[in-house]
Design a protein around this ligand. Structure first.
Ligand SMILES: [Zn+2]
Length: 142
């Protein structure tokens, strides 16, 4: 089993493995969310269980907008990690002030532009070893 984990490029998202399981469950339901610190009220990206600003480990979930703007991107044609089809557009999308590292799907790589509006389109990736679905944040041209 450890061999399979070694070649699995995706996070273990289930509740038994990940305190941020809810992030992935919400993503699977089509919503982008993150943690809001219970101490200072700041939202974080990526979601985290410990606030580097005030040291609190209390948090609640906050929904982020389903749209953002391309802040930067790169097109990877070859040497993609196992499980990814190419060419793949990796991007930083600004969402509500947060910079979200993500994938642009169904985008013609030659037409992607900085400043372009994109909307959330979660990407279902390989199920985990127990057959539970897994999701990554992804966006598509709005
Ligand atoms: Zn805080």
């Amino acid at each position: 089993m450890s061999y399979f984990r070694a070649i699995d490029p995706f996070p273990l998202e289930s509740a038994e493995h990940n305190r941020l399981h809810e992030f992935y469950a919400r993503l699977g339901a089509g919503k982008l969310s993150t943690t809001r610190c219970g101490g200072c009220g700041r939202t974080a990206w990526p979601p985290r269980v410990f606030c580097p600003e005030c040291g609190s480990d209390a948090f609640t979930w906050a929904e982020l907008p389903g749209e953002g703007v391309v802040h930067g991107f790169t097109v990877q044609e070859t040497g993609l990690p196992a499980g990814f089809d190419g060419p793949r557009v990796f991007a930083i999308v600004k969402v509500d002030g947060h910079r979200v590292f993500t994938i642009l799907v169904t985008a013609d790589p030659s037409r992607v532009q900085i400043g372009q509006r994109v909307r959330l389109m979660p990407l279902r990736v390989t199920d985990d070893a127990k057959g539970q679905p897994r999701w990554l944040p992804a966006f598509t041209p709005a």
